[in-house]
Design a protein around this ligand. Structure first.
Ligand code: G3I
Length: 489
């Protein structure tokens, strides 16, 4: 039974069912709430707990350029990555590819040109295709110490700020972030892949950092995502929380997740671990509350579609002395910590998106910034047009791409205008039996199972001839064989 809440004049459906039996694994509880819960792993750590507890997997080190890239952008040593992808597939887990363009662990790619980076991007994406649900295309592009600036070392030394105004968005600028995403988008579109393209960074979690100072690093990331929105599908907050003043857990974590979500991208907490010392060595109780707070912030934003912890057990973590994970033990023999039980409990409570303006049941607010900002002319022109979809002669057409996991899915629907502009659209599709929509963004929705209809919201009804706009929805069950039918108005 869903609860109906009256919020102002709006009726909000809260996806919490107190009578439902609690799930007993993180993956099952997450799937019921409509998100994935994942873990970073390497082939030596694939004990049964990985497939039992988690429904998403990120190779901790085995897909980094240092492992798989040759100096000319080719691939080598992909065996460990293959092992992880195969394991994930066998266990119905999504895979996050980590990572394509990064200043660290670059191996033979260190110092490469944009052309060579582009070659590597193409080879890596095509190697695994849609078996990779999300790729971290660019990792850790921004400087430390809350400067709000880009890094300066390679590959960022490839970028040029022609007029010296501090950003790389102007005509004449060269931007390794933009050009890497353009290349990745081309590869995905040319291959008809469902893979989504993410930018990932740390210390970008809250709107503010210690002492209430604005989080300039988060603001810089926001500007990048807003400017290059047409190439970027998702944002990763690494969420390595420790006592560095720039990486503390703030009360505005949820608001920061929300503002990125309002741009239309999925938001993920990609490398979550929380220093136990943040709770004054109180043997885990404070850490558990911190985990609860972070998980709740994600659950309260409809487009926060996944959380990944950076390892299974404290002893096997990159920061083992800080005991930041959900299990103790090691070597396949693991014990659940208080933090584990807190996360499971919080996931079992489900989402409460009553404060999310893009969720169904609340009035859809016009975002403070347009969902897509026209991009600057790329300095490396795409070799294929960014959108190869052939527009229909008149009216509109729609295509759908799916990211699925056991018990749930996220669908992205692209609406394309025909030879004439359209001022409004609606898309109808029929879900298979057992599947149901839990929330949608960038569209109004009627119905949740069987035949469901979506229509434009105020800011995306107008689509110019041959151009596209996107909306998305999330659901439970399996959504196979969706055939969207688009009607223009
Ligand atoms: O496997 C070798 C081992 O054979 C050798 O004896 C040993 C000697 O040092 O090194 C081992 O490799 C280490 C590898 O982790 C596997 O444990 C590397 O030295 C070590 O540098 C590497 O560290 C990884 C680190 O990225 C490198 O920057 C961590 O495992 C990994 O958790 C960490 O992950 C990063 C994310 O990619 C990006 N965000 C931050 C996060 C934490 O730093």
């Amino acid at each position: 039974m869903a609860m109906l809440l009256l919020v102002g004049s709006a009726v909000t459906v809260q996806a919490i069912d107190p009578a439902a039996a609690a799930e007993t694994t993180l993956r099952a509880a997450a799937a019921k709430a409509g998100l994935f819960f994942g873990v970073a792993a390497s082939p030596g750590r694939l004990s049964s707990i990985v497939g039992q507890e988690f429904n998403q997997l990120t190779p901790e080190n085995d897909m980094k350029p240092a492992t798989i890239a040759t100096s000319s952008g080719g691939l080598q040593n992909t065996g460990s990555a293959d092992t992880l992808v195969n394991y994930a597939q066998t266990n119905n887990m999504l895979v996050r590819g980590h990572t394509l363009v990064w200043h660290s662990q670059a191996g033979a790619l260190q110092g490469a040109s944009q052309g060579t980076l582009n070659t590597f991007i193409g080879n890596a994406i095509n190697r695994w295709g849609s078996r990779i649900a999300y790729w971290d295309v660019v990792n850790e592009a921004l400087d430390d110490n809350n400067t709000g600036r880009r890094r300066t070392q390679w590959p960022h030394s490839l970028s040029r700020d022609a007029n010296g105004d501090g950003d790389y968005f102007d005509a004449g600028d060269t931007d390794v972030i933009r050009d890497s995403f353009i290349r990745a988008k081309q590869v995905v579109q040319a291959g008809g892949l469902s893979t989504k393209l993410c930018i990932n960074d740390y210390d970008v979690d809250g709107l503010t950092v210690s002492g209430g100072t604005p989080n300039r690093k988060a603001n810089a990331l926001y500007d990048i995502v807003r400017t290059y929105r047409q190439y970027i599908d998702c944002v990763g907050f690494q969420a390595h929380f420790n006592d560095n003043p720039n990486s503390i857990i703030t009360n505005d974590l949820q608001a920061n997740i929300q503002r990125f979500a309002d741009l239309g991208v999925e938001v993920h907490l990609t490398e979550l671990d929380i220093d136990d010392d943040l709770s004054n060595n109180d043997i885990g109780a404070g850490q558990a509350e911190n985990y609860r707070k972070v998980v709740r912030a994600c659950l309260n934003v409809a487009r926060c579609t996944g959380i990944t912890v950076w390892g299974i057990a404290d002893s096997e973590s990159w920061r083992s002395s800080e005991r930041g994970l959900l299990f103790t033990g090691g070597g396949g023999n693991y014990q659940k910590k208080a933090a584990y039980h807190a996360v499971l409990d919080e996931l079992n409570k489900g989402r409460d998106v009553s404060t999310d303006p893009t969720s169904p049941g609340t009035p859809t607010a016009t975002p403070s910034v347009p969902p897509t900002t026209p991009p600057v002319t790329p300095s490396v022109p795409p070799t294929t047009p960014p959108n190869p979809t052939t527009p229909p002669a008149t009216g509109c057409s729609a295509t759908v791409s799916l990211n699925s996991w056991t018990g749930g899915f996220v669908a992205t629907v692209r609406v394309t205008a025909g030879a004439a502009p359209i001022n409004g659209w609606s898309v109808q599709l029929t879900l298979p039996s057992g599947a149901a929509v839990t929330n949608a963004w960038n569209a109004n929705r009627s119905g949740s199972s069987g035949t469901v209809r979506f229509s434009n919201v105020s800011y995306n009804g107008r689509v110019n001839a041959g151009q596209s706009t996107e909306f998305g929805f999330q659901g439970t069950g399996a959504a196979t064989g969706l055939t969207p039918v688009c009607t223009a108005s």
